[in-house]
Design a binder for this molecule. Structure first.
Ligand SMILES: Cc1cc2nc3c(=O)[nH]c(=O)nc-3n(C[C@H](O)[C@H](O)[C@H](O)COP(=O)(O)OP(=O)(O)OC[C@H]3O[C@@H](n4cnc5c(N)ncnc54)[C@H](O)[C@@H]3O)c2cc1C
Length: 149
């Protein structure tokens, strides 16, 4: 908290191995004492540690291995917001999150703007085909839960 009662806003984009750990630790250290407002944004509602994606693919993943972001946020004193970041304005310190749609393309959550004082980008990476002929067309990639299904 600064002199003018402005609470420092930390926005973390990406709740993977690093972002979720960071949000949890910062929530417990700063969020709990209201020394900062921690917001985690992820494109999905649950976290599955990527090395377990083969278990998702095989249908053997134990449900307890999934982390519901909302529940974790409640337990660990940070906020969770569902949505995919699609833009950033560093001058205004704003990030832009796309509308969230259902399977039919209907809008469930409108697009939103989040202001930050500190921004952490933790959006991970995806497999690279290195433009090797045939790879993109014929390989099964395993970077996300949806791909594992
Ligand atoms: C199949 C597989 C097996 C692996 N096995 C191992 C292993 O055995 N040991 C090991 O050490 N490492 C392993 N890794 C690597 C390890 O999973 C990664 O190094 C680690 O997950 C990287 O963490 P991260 O937080 O950087 O990103 P990630 O864990 O990839 O998380 C990124 C998060 O960002 C979110 N996101 C992405 N873009 C956006 C956006 N625009 N807006 C909002 N949210 C977004 C995603 O939904 C995701 O939750 C494996 C990876 C894969 C794919």
């Amino acid at each position: 908290m600064t002199e003018n009662n402005h609470i420092h806003k930390i926005v973390i984009v990406g709740g993977g191995a690093s972002g979720l750990e960071l949000a949890t630790r910062l929530g417990q250290k700063l969020g709990k004492k209201q020394l900062a407002e921690i917001t985690l944004i992820d494109a999905t509602a649950t976290h599955v540690w990527k090395p377990l994606l083969h278990e998702v693919a095989a249908g053997t993943l134990d449900e307890s291995e999934q982390v519901e972001y909302l529940a974790q946020a409640y337990r660990s004193h940070f906020r969770f917001r569902l949505g995919r970041m699609e833009g950033l304005n560093r001058a205004k310190k704003e990030i832009y999150v796309a509308p969230t749609l259902n399977d039919k393309g209907e809008e469930l959550i409108p697009g939103r703007t989040f202001h930050y004082d500190t921004l952490v980008m933790a959006i991970g990476s995806v497999s690279n085909s290195f433009n090797i002929k045939g790879v993109a067309e014929h390989c099964l990639f395993l970077d996300s839960t949806m791909q594992a299904f």
